[in-house]
Design a protein around this ligand. Structure first.
Ligand code: TRP
Ligand code: ZN
Length: 482
């Protein structure tokens, strides 16, 4: 491996003793070079993965296999100190690569144990390793950072990132908020395993994804070590810090259930949360085996996020959920968390299935059938509010009209109507096979709309889906009806 002289890449660096500053022109120059004096083969990895809605999310040139995050949070000062060890494989020869990180101060970056040069521009933390990385090489980058983590406001105005709460914090990341609390390849197409250790003042608890491996207190501070072994997209990573009440149980099949509830919500949420095993067992019959090694929930106070999120293993709820919302977020464990969209354009694959799961739950529990829900949607009396009924048809589910609309009604209810149209076309038995088969075929992977339509066509070769795709999935306006 070869290396370039450090002065060639320096741009604007912060607070690291080993970095140098040089003219911006010099930095520009190196990005256009394919080699330097030392015979560099690598080129920069790129600032994004061309997501149609979030072009700067994620980065090119590498594939992360593991994040080791060591976080220390002081709620009084709202101060986060972090070390992230990102283990990745280079997918091309790299002279530099980017991580996504928004806000916070970076103190040092090492790659393969050697100090690396780094610069920051917006959410891009550009790292230039001492030695070029070769295609296929596995490397670890260690980033030390600290500061007051930010709230990220989405294009649609919702708040994610690191949300301060009355006694702690709630870290949420759909679609891009994880960059507010750790550096990474912040795009759903690059899933990885995680070890997340969080140290908080004694008396508070830190809850995250996966399983709790240890809890140790010393000198008035407690460290919670969480491990997520199954692949997880960065938007599903979560940390909740607060005075939680913890309840542990297991489903009949032995799946551990870990539930954390803010004491103020305990009474109101007890009955619904006690149904988690029942909902998971129902969903396993409908969708196949639960894809992860534990489940549960985190219930906060309403004002913290204002919305529920399907964070992996254990979804987060802003307060005591109703049974429909619980079903929705747990169904996402199969659809979204295990089978993850390739890009944010494929968001309907998450929300259509999670919404359809609610329809199926009602149908299986003596309520409205999915057919009745579908009819109400078409008639325009699904919601009590006329504007909401109209908004269902605002754009095609597979083509949201902008980044500020990826969680609008067409992605949810009109997406669910697409699934119901498939069910009408193939019948209940074949539909059940398609739903289970889809979850199995892409388990712990990524998929897009084209993968889905191809899968459905393969499973039902005698059915012509052309009209369903054209009118319901890709077409503008309200389809005329089945
Ligand atoms: N995915 C969440 C759900 O349906 C909703 C949500 C919360 C969301 N924040 C978002 C959707 C940001 C898109 C973008 O349960
Ligand atoms: Zn959802």
């Amino acid at each position: 491996m070869v290396s370039c002289a450090p002065h060639r890449i320096a741009r604007v660096y912060r607070s690291a003793p080993f970095v140098r500053t040089a003219a911006a022109g010099c930095a520009l120059l190196v990005l256009t070079l394919t080699g330097c004096d030392g015979g560099v083969r690598g080129t920069p990895g790129g600032t994004g993965v061309h997501d149609p809605y979030f072009p700067r999310a994620g980065n090119g040139g590498y594939d992360v296999s593991h994040y080791g995050l060591t976080l220390d949070y002081d709620p009084d000062r709202r101060h986060l100190t972090g070390t992230a060890v990102v283990t990745a494989r280079a997918t091309k020869d790299l002279s530099a690569f980017d991580l996504d990180l928004s806000g916070l101060d970076v103190h040092s970056v090492t790659v393969a144990g050697k100090a690396a040069w780094f610069s920051r521009a917006g959410q891009e933390l550009t790292v230039r390793p001492h030695d070029d990385l070769l295609k296929g090489e596995t490397f670890s980058a260690t980033v030390r950072y600290s500061g007051r983590p930010q709230v990220v406001v989405d294009p649609d105005g919702s708040r994610e990132g690191w949300l301060p709460t009355a006694d702690g914090a709630l870290a949420l990341g759909e679609p891009v908020g994880s960059m507010a609390w750790f550096p990474g390849n912040n795009h759903p197409s690059d899933k990885a395993a995680y070890d997340i250790a969080v140290t908080v003042p004694e008396g508070l608890r830190a809850v995250s994804n996966g399983e709790l491996r240890s809890e140790t207190t010393s000198g008035g501070r407690t460290t919670f070590r969480w491990r997520t072994a199954e692949p997880m997209a960065s938007y599903l990573a979560m940390v909740a810090i607060g005075r939680f009440e913890i309840t542990r149980s297991t489903t009949r099949s032995g799946l551990p259930v870990y539930v954390a509830v803010q004491p103020s919500q305990a009474r109101e949420s007890r009955a619904v949360l006690a149904r988690i095993p029942e909902v998971v067992e129902w969903a396993e019959r409908r969708f196949g085996p639960f894809p992860f090694s534990s489940t549960g929930a985190v219930v906060g106070r309403g004002e913290d996020s204002g919305y529920a999120l399907e964070t992996q293993n254990r979804p987060v709820f802003p307060g005591a959920p109703d049974i429909g919302t619980l079903v929705h977020e747990l169904a996402h464990q199969w659809f979204g968390d295990s089978v993850t969209p390739k890009s944010w354009r494929d968001m309907w694959l998450n929300e259509a299935f999670a919404t359809y799961a609610q329809w199926l739950w009602e149908e299986d529990h003596g309520g409205r059938t999915a057919q009745q829900a579908f009819d109400a949607l078409l008639r325009g009396d699904y919601f009590t509010d006329d504007a909401a009924n109209e908004a269902v048809w605002a754009f095609p589910p597979a083509r949201p009209s902008g980044a500020d609309h990826i969680s609008d009604r067409p992605v949810y209810e009109r997406g669910a109507a697409v699934l119901h149209r498939i069910r009408q076309a193939v019948g209940d038995r074949a539909f059940q096979d398609i739903v289970r088969g889809w979850a199995a075929a892409h388990r712990h992977g990524n998929a897009d709309t084209a993968d889905f339509t191809a899968y459905v066509e393969k499973k039902a070769p005698d059915t012509d889906f052309t009209g369903i795709w054209a009118d319901w999935l890709y077409g503008d306006g309200r389809p005329a009806g089945p």
